[in-house]
Design a protein around this ligand. Structure first.
Ligand code: FES
Length: 263
């Protein structure tokens, strides 16, 4: 099927303002939007700029505004959109570097600010580990969904609050705050609370829910934000993850050899 791609073009070195350029190509069954962009770049216009890497929904590089929604280009089947004309633009709510390339610096800075890693309580054990921390499936379940974030930036592009308040950490950083606060190996919730428990922080979310709809990995940042708000009202005690010393590790069941410890 022949499809016209209406693609946002902008080169800050020569364009006064952005414009749309049309490219018509033959799209075959199975071609993703990313395949179409590569086809255009390799066969029609080598100057077209976009970002991509893994081609399989893992790296988060190819998020763009496709048919007026934030989506991953490598996970979006072109024919499945059912359009004769497909509009593609860079993610909104970010500065546009060139063509379809957004400047994701605010996303990464906000992410970094909330200490997105496990904060240990025992510095010595952290530096010279003597065992592994065990978590029950239930303890893992508490945060697992939110650990699937690939930092593509789609949720910030969809969020109306991010669009009007640059100080708001946004759904990605807030979901990661909840993810690490809930992990029972972590002891960093006090520091994170200082960063997000303020009028421009978690309380600025008006629960539009657009972030949850935009996430290509099925993470529900809107849910994380509500749970985070709740956790600031109702202090929850998380049972600490148990440290299993190397020598006490039980042999795996059914004669299956367990993998070597990762420490
Ligand atoms: Fe990696 Fe699309 S290219 S997520």
């Amino acid at each position: 099927m022949k499809i016209i791609f209406k693609i946002w073009r902008y080169d800050p070195q020569k364009d006064v303002k952005p414009y749309y350029q049309d490219y018509q190509i033959e799209v075959k069954e199975g071609m993703t939007i990313l395949d179409c962009l590569y086809y255009i770049k390799e066969n029609i216009d080598a100057t077209l700029a976009f970002r991509a890497s893994c081609r399989m929904g893992i790296c988060g590089s190819c998020a763009m505004f496709i048919d007026k929604k934030p989506r991953l280009a490598c996970e979006t089947q072109a024919l499945a959109l059912g359009r004769e004309v497909i509009e593609i633009a860079p993610l909104p709510n970010y500065k546009n570097i060139k063509d379809l390339v957004p400047d994701l610096t605010p996303l990464f800075e906000k992410h970094k600010k909330v200490n997105p890693y496990i904060v240990p309580d025992d510095e010595e054990e952290f530096l010279n580990p003597t065992g592994e921390y065990a978590q029950t499936p239930r303890e893992l379940e508490n945060y697992l969904q939110f650990a699937y974030c690939i930092k593509c930036g789609a949720c910030l592009a969809a969020c109306p609050t991010v669009g009007t308040n640059q100080e708001f950490p946004g759904p990605q950083a807030l979901a990661q705050t909840y993810r690490y606060n809930t992990d029972n190996r972590d002891h960093g919730e006090g520091e994170r609370k200082k960063i997000v428990d303020n009028p421009n922080g978690v309380w600025r979310c008006h629960m539009a829910g657009a972030c949850a709809e935009a996430c290509p990995k099925g993470v529900d940042p809107a849910l994380a934000i509500q749970l985070l708000k709740k956790s600031f009202f109702i202090a929850f005690r998380k049972p600490q993850a148990r440290l299993i010393p190397k020598s006490n590790k039980k042999p795996a069941q059914g004669g299956i050899k367990s993998p070597e410890p990762t420490i």
